[in-house]
Design a protein around this ligand. Sequence first.
Ligand SMILES: C[C@@H](O)[C@H](N)C(=O)O
Ligand SMILES: C[C@@H](O)[C@H](N)C(=O)O
Lengths: 159, 159
Amino acid sequence: EGPSVRAVTHSADEVKLVIKGVPDTPGVAARVFRNLASGAVNVDMIIQSLKRGNVNDIAFTVSHEDLANALEICNRLCQELGAEQVVVDDNVAKVSVVGAGIWQDTSVAADVFEALAEQGINIDMINTSGTRISCLIDRSKVETAVRALHARFGLANGK
Amino acid sequence: EGPSVRAVTHSADEVKLVIKGVPDTPGVAARVFRNLASGAVNVDMIIQSLKRGNVNDIAFTVSHEDLANALEICNRLCQELGAEQVVVDDNVAKVSVVGAGIWQDTSVAADVFEALAEQGINIDMINTSGTRISCLIDRSKVETAVRALHARFGLANGK
Ligand SMILES: C[C@@H](O)[C@H](N)C(=O)O
Ligand SMILES: C[C@@H](O)[C@H](N)C(=O)O
């Protein structure tokens, strides 16, 4: 039985935060998320990709409710860690395609990215697990994206 | 009911591939993964974080079996897209902590990262979803990591 896309979900209550240029040494991610946990910040996605030299960027998303708290903590950590800067992006929304066995077939990911590209939507961040492909896109495009993904996977555009 | 960590999983059959410096324009991710899908490459994690100027890095992991295929496709795409280079890292392993409701509590992520940091393990990449926190680490550290995560979450170190 192949992969089956079950649903498309989306959330506009996402603000992207990135602490750019943190030291790429053991304990840094632990310190960042322990501070956020102690500050009662609820984190949604966490994304860390390829390092650059001996630094890396730690990106994550939070709700609008937690943004002020998160920003204060990140700015303090940025100084303590000697990181480059904190980037905040409040123009993003998350769209996700969910289903069992998605990981089994790379063409599901290709379908998701093509459905967005055909609408001229730029993909800002990508994060996948075995049953979910999530993309951060421009918030103004989320309705278009959800409709395009529903159409691509033959799902009723549940209102 | 709070989050509950159910299991620790790991896989050493992961090779990290990154196409560095692809144009950050609609359609690029679609083209990369359509090519990989057509080339019968089975992709595990896909990670894309903050762009740099108007380029970005697209990172993903494949099994050893698919590496040669994936590399050939990436090298061709790198040229066609005018990207910077293709990075291959065959020293990585993935460790994941899985459980319902993990997303509800940032301290689970902090616990995962601290358990690795206490063993002196550097976290190479991070990718999370609502029920899973995955880290790419040095393959030589995977046994230590799995034991440390089992201990941290009070799970029997199932052989
Ligand atoms: C950058 C950060 O993730 C670091 N590599 C760590 O292990 O904490
Ligand atoms: C970099 C790549 O993801 C590009 N932003 C796209 O939408 O395809």
